[in-house]
Design a protein around this ligand. Structure first.
Ligand SMILES: *[C@@H]1O[C@H](CO)[C@@H](O)[C@H](O)[C@H]1NC(C)=O
Ligand SMILES: *[C@@H]1O[C@H](CO)[C@@H](O)[C@H](O)[C@H]1NC(C)=O
Ligand SMILES: *[C@@H]1O[C@H](CO)[C@@H](O)[C@H](O)[C@H]1NC(C)=O
Ligand SMILES: *[C@@H]1O[C@H](CO)[C@@H](O)[C@H](O)[C@H]1NC(C)=O
Length: 188
């Protein structure tokens, strides 16, 4: 009898686990740039449905990016409505990731997203018109963050042997949440 209950109970938990799927939904984004290096900037988030929104971005690089370095930071909104640092704060030499000389995880994730959704899909340097179309964050690219509101910030700098210049910042505001289903399945 007890074991029958355990089977029932555990099948209920399995049902729960398969029914709730975590997703990362983009709510908005902001871009700031060094205007002596980048012009014609536009960045937008477009909602597709309750669970999904996509990023479209355009900008023109007046000064080519030779050896860009990206600082990737994650912040989580706390109960006092402030974004606090959350686990991730890494600085990535993206050319090294592209040329497979570095396999730093968040750098590899960033490169996967660039390759899939942007024309920044080749080795350094990057110049001229840069665009991103219909970009989104697949759930399986990230570890399962606790549900809540997050800010992912990418600060881009360009470096040479003597200098490190600020190029721009992209801020993605997103929500880790359970997928919203249009139809509830009966709990038969
Ligand atoms: C920037 O946009 C303006 C207006 O759309 C256009 O006339 C100009 O050629 C663009 N400049 C660059 C560098 O793309
Ligand atoms: C890079 O992206 C451009 C524009 O989306 C595409 O035409 C090109 O084939 C891509 N190149 C590679 C190497 O994936
Ligand atoms: C490094 O960049 C700075 C500013 O962009 C430039 O003035 C300098 O000539 C560059 N140095 C080298 C060695 O390329
Ligand atoms: C913006 O870019 C210019 C040209 O490369 C550079 O001289 C300047 O230092 C940059 N601004 C910052 C805040 O790094």
């Amino acid at each position: 009898m007890l074991s029958a209950w355990l089977v029932l109970l555990s099948s209920f938990f399995i049902w729960q686990m398969t029914e709730t799927q975590l997703i990362y939904k983009l709510n908005k984004m902001e871009c700031q740039v060094n205007q002596s290096r980048v012009t014609n900037v536009s960045c937008h988030v477009k909602a597709i449905n309750w669970n999904m929104a996509v990023v479209n971005m355009d900008c023109f690089m007046i000064v080519p990016l030779i050896k860009p370095v990206i600082r990737i930071q994650v912040f989580m909104k706390d109960y006092s409505n402030q974004y606090k640092p959350f686990l991730v704060d890494v600085t990535v030499k993206i050319c090294d990731v592209i040329e497979r000389r570095n396999f730093i995880p968040y750098g590899v994730i960033t490169w996967k997203l660039f390759k899939r959704f942007t024309n920044v899909n080749h080795s350094c340097p990057f110049s001229g018109q840069l665009t991103a179309r219909d970009g989104y964050l697949e759930t399986n690219l990230l570890p399962p963050f606790p549900q809540g509101l997050y800010l992912i910030s990418l600060i881009v700098m360009d470096t040479n042997s003597t200098n490190r210049d600020y190029v721009g910042t992209m801020k993605f505001f997103l929500q880790a949440m359970e997928q919203i289903r249009s139809r509830k399945k009966p709990r038969s």
